[in-house]
Design a protein around this ligand. Structure first.
Ligand code: 16G
Length: 245
């Protein structure tokens, strides 16, 4: 067990966080495994309770550990990293990671979308769109909530497809010959409502990531308005910016 350097300018809690981080990253504390208790850490590293708490707080903020009230602190499941440069379906994202994609249909109906969404989809006045709300699973774990409106002018009859068993992007390609080209998306944080928390199996108020935007075909026609709500404990988004001179 590496000892902390008391004479270092690096605060002790920082050094302790580093030591625990290294153990989690190397797998010597693996995902789901309980960390030593506060008292054990105090004894092992000869530090105060406050130092232990500050170190665990830092690891919790980084998403490396999760506290479970009354049970202890556990190494978190590694997050799924989603690149933002590739337009992929949920099904593709999961298969690429060796996970089994699944869906539970929450809602599927034709309706008039809110005006801002109708404008993005370039719908005619009073034109309805297909609302599809699905809870998405990786293996048996709920990961995200997909709330999408599809403009049916390009894919009439989409409402009759079984969207619980199939990939929508697959159906768009195979049945309608539609190639998706690009999306315009924003990402923001929100806290889980009781309903979202129940579906996603997280605590009410925990933080979620919302990706919202429009998907366009190769003909530059908007076909989907999406709002995808991801568990922030299971997802992180990757960006690779380049410097423009
Ligand atoms: C992704 C899309 C979602 C789309 C779904 C189709 C983003 C942020 N989200 O989750 O809008 O409806 O894939 O998945 O791009 P599927 O083809 O597996 O049904």
């Amino acid at each position: 067990m590496p000892q902390l350097i008391r004479t270092s300018v690096t605060p002790l809690y920082h050094q302790l966080a580093q030591a625990l981080r290294a153990q989690i990253r190397s797998g010597s504390i693996c995902a789901g495994q309980q960390l030593p208790t506060e008292r054990d850490l105090m004894e092992i590293y000869h530090v105060s309770r406050n130092t232990v708490r500050l170190a665990i707080d830092a690891l919790e903020r980084e998403g490396l550990v999760e506290r479970d009230q009354g049970r202890g602190t556990f190494a978190a499941e590694p997050k799924l990293q989603l690149g933002l440069m590739k337009l992929t379906s949920f099904t593709e994202d999961m298969l690429e990671r060796g996970l089994k994609p699944g869906s539970r249909m929450i809602d599927c109906k034709m309706e008039l979308p809110p005006p801002a969404i109708a404008a993005k989809l370039q719908l005619l006045p009073n034109e309805e769109a297909l609302l599809i709300v699905r809870l998405r699973y990786a293996d048996a774990e709920p990961m995200a909530l997909n709330i999408s409106y599809f403009s049916l002018s390009l894919c009439p009859g989409l409402e009759n497809e079984d969207m619980e068993q199939q990939s929508i992007y697959d159906v768009l390609g195979k049945k309608y010959g539609i190639s998706l080209a690009r999306a315009e998306q924003t990402i923001r944080a929100k806290s889980a409502t009781a309903q979202e928390a129940g579906l996603l199996n997280v605590k009410t108020g925990s933080s979620l990531l919302v990706v919202e935007g429009t998907v366009f075909t190769t003909e530059n026609q908007p076909i989907e308005h999406l709002r995808s709500i991801y568990r922030s404990d299971r997802y992180e988004f990757r960006v690779n910016p380049v410097r423009i001179s």
